[in-house]
Design a binder for this molecule. Structure first.
Ligand SMILES: NC(=O)c1ccc[n+]([C@@H]2O[C@H](COP(=O)([O-])OP(=O)(O)OC[C@H]3O[C@@H](n4cnc5c(N)ncnc54)[C@H](OP(=O)(O)O)[C@@H]3O)[C@@H](O)[C@H]2O)c1
Length: 168
C-alpha cells in the first residue's frame, strides 16, 4: 500500500512557515495510529519541522537532493524516489506524509488517501496538490470530536483508488 496521510483546511492549506497551520491533537493522534509500525516517507522540509528528529516506532525515510544532508539515526536519507525500494519492501505499508513536493512526486503511485479535513480557514503558504477524486472512492468518513483542545470542526476521510476497490 502507498498511502497519503495529511490534514488540510477549508482552503486546502497544509503548511505555514515550515510548520502546520494549526494545533489539533486529535489529528496528531490519528496520524500516530495510522503511521506507527509502518514506513513514513517525507520531504526534507517536513523532516525539519519535527522538533526531535525521526518519529519513534516507524521507519523514517527522508527525501532530499542533497547527498550530504545529515538525518538523525535511525532515519534514512534517499536522494530520489527510485531509491525507496532499496529500503522498503513492495509489501510494506508506505505512508507518504508530505509535504507538497513529496505528494506531487507520488501522485501516480498512491492507492489510499487518509485526509483530515479541517473545516476552518488558517493562514497558510503551502497547499495540498490537486488530486483527481474521481479516481478514488470514499470508503470511510468520521466526524471529529470537538473539545477545548480540539476547537475546530474536522472530518477524517479515507479513500481507495477505484482500480483497487472490488466491484461486485
Ligand atoms: N498538513 C499536513 O498534513 C502536512 C504534511 C506534511 C507537511 N506539511 C507542511 O508542509 C510544509 C512543507 O512542505 P514543502 O512542500 O514545502 O516541503 P517538503 O515536501 O516537506 O520538502 C521539500 C524538499 O524535499 C526534497 N525533494 C522534493 N522533491 C524531491 C525530489 N524529486 N527528489 C529529491 N528530493 C526532493 C527537497 O529537499 P532539498 O531541498 O534538501 O533537496 C525539497 O526542498 C511545512 O509547512 C509542513 O509543516 C503539512
Amino acid at each position: 500500500m502507498i498511502a497519503f496521510v495529511w490534514a488540510e483546511d477549508s482552503q486546502r492549506n497544509i503548511g505555514y512557515q515550515g510548520d502546520l497551520p494549526w494545533y489539533l491533537p486529535n489529528d496528531m493522534k490519528r496520524f500516530k495510529e495510522l503511521t506507527t509500525n509502518n514506513t513514513i516517507v517525507m520531504g526534507r522540509r517536513t523532516y525539519e519541522s519535527f522538533p526531535n528528529g525521526p518519529l519513534p516506532n516507524r521507519q523514517n525515510i527522508v527525501i532530499s537532493r542533497n547527498k550530504n544532508y545529515q538525518v538523525k539515526s535511525p532515519a534514512i536519507l534517499i536522494n530520489d524516489k527510485g531509491a525507496l525500494f532499496e529500503y522498503v519492501s513492495k509489501q510494506a505499508n508506505i505512508m507518504i506524509i508530505g509535504g507538497k513536493t513529496i505528494f506531487q512526486l507520488f501522485k501516480d503511485d498512491v492507492d489510499t488517501l487518509y485526509v483530515t479535513k479541517i473545516h476552518h480557514e488558517f493562514s497558510g503558504d503551502t497547499k495540498m496538490i490537486d488530486l483527481d477524486y474521481r479516481k478514488f472512492k470514499l470508503t470511510e468518513k468520521k466526524e471529529g470530536t470537538m473539545d477545548e483542545k480540539n476547537p475546530y470542526p474536522y472530518t477524517f476521510e479515507t479513500y481507495h483508488r477505484l482500480s483497487n476497490v472490488e466491484v461486485n
